[in-house]
Design a binder for this molecule. Structure first.
Ligand code: ZN
Length: 351
């Protein structure tokens, strides 16, 4: 039996963090503890039993400056330039190697089936879904996709917000709806089909609205936004409109609650004084729109400002307590914590 409060998390950026610390050689630091939002001790303390580990190729940008801009009452960060495959692939391989190193150290297990994930959620170690946030490292012949699939890749976002050969993403813009430009390219449409054929989840988070509808038209799998919130509560370009939530519901898909304060707060600012009850307000809304079987978590640990009261992965029990305080029963808590993610991955990977 998987414990009711064991968490499956739809997004973290610890591979990027480890990449900045030296890549595979820094993997031990995940085991002993990092100055960040997720590592092995914090995951164990918070009951995080499995999750998506994102491979992400960073642009040469000043994260601190971007974060400072996002603390303003309104902002529109310019999107970084595209990154060619030749530059992106070595970075993606280094982060993949870090994930393999973490598996070798026994800190996690790369899972490609829901049976493996269930086993991890029940008995440990952390179950890791290899995810790629932005397809910069994927050539249009899909050779690197095939090789990464063999290494365990089971989830892919055609874009992080920066444009790729495959499509266009939403900028970090507030206030703004997600209808910010053109959608998928022809190569992007081919990528979605290829992912469907392989059983790779196509992540809708970060796509703009046109891209979202392109995927919705092509994809044969349930629609999943791994780490996005409700636009009705926070008018950020990264959040999902009611129409998008309806489409996710109709496909029997899932949206993962993003803990980043800029996507939670009504004023869209990346400030940390956010009550945990605000996270539950987004959950309430997502449950109302999507139904109880289509909402999960997608924390964005190590990728964003967390609510101060939550802090990091060790703070997950505080969120679960807030859900209890709101009247969520054990069955609903188990669904949101891990059951819904297992359901949608089962449907996606075997489709
Ligand atoms: Zn993201």
């Amino acid at each position: 039996m998987i414990q009711t409060t064991t968490v499956f998390d739809g997004h973290n950026d610890v591979l990027l963090k480890l990449s900045r610390l030296g890549g595979p050689a820094a993997a031990e630091r995940f085991v002993t503890g990092l100055d960040g939002q997720i590592d092995l001790p914090k995951a164990q303390a918070g009951g995080l039993g499995a999750g998506f580990f994102a491979i992400f190729v960073p642009s040469p940008m000043d994260l601190d400056a971007d974060m400072a801009l996002m603390r303003q009452p309104a902002y529109d960060l310019p999107l970084p330039h595209p990154i060619p495959v030749t530059e992106a692939l070595p970075v993606a391989l280094q982060q993949s190697a870090t994930l393999l190193r973490l598996q070798h150290l026994g800190a996690l297990r790369i899972c490609t089936t829901t049976a493996e994930l269930r086993d991890c959620l029940e008995n440990g170690p952390i179950g890791a879904v290899m995810h790629m946030e932005g397809a910069e490292a994927i050539d249009t012949d899909f050779h690197s996709l095939d090789v990464l699939y063999a290494a365990g890749l089971r989830s892919l976002g055609p874009v992080w917000s920066r444009p790729t050969l495959y499509g266009h993403g939403v900028p970090f813009r507030f206030p703004s709806d997600p209808d910010t430009g053109p959608g998928l390219t022809d190569a992007g449409k081919a990528l979605v089909k290829r992912c469907n054929d392989l059983g790779i989840l196509v992540d809708l988070s970060h796509l703009n609205e046109a891209g979202f509808w392109d995927v919705a038209q092509i994809s044969t799998a349930p629609f999943v936004a791994t780490h996005s919130n409700a636009y009705a509560l926070c008018r950020h370009a990264r959040n999902l409109t009611d129409r998008q939530l309806d489409a996710i519901r109709d496909s029997d898909g899932l949206a993962g609650l993003n803990f980043a304060t800029a996507f939670l707060r009504q004023d869209g600012r990346m400030l940390d004084d956010v009550l945990i009850t605000r996270m539950v307000e987004h959950l309430d809304y997502m449950l109302e729109k999507l139904g109880e079987t289509r909402v999960g978590f997608g924390s964005d640990f190590d990728g964003a400002q967390m609510p101060r009261d939550l802090g990091d992965a060790a703070g997950l029990p505080k969120l679960i307590q807030a859900m209890r305080d709101r009247g969520y029963d054990d069955a609903l808590i188990a669904r949101i914590c891990h059951g819904n993610w297992l359901r949608v991955l089962e449907a996606t990977w075997t489709a």
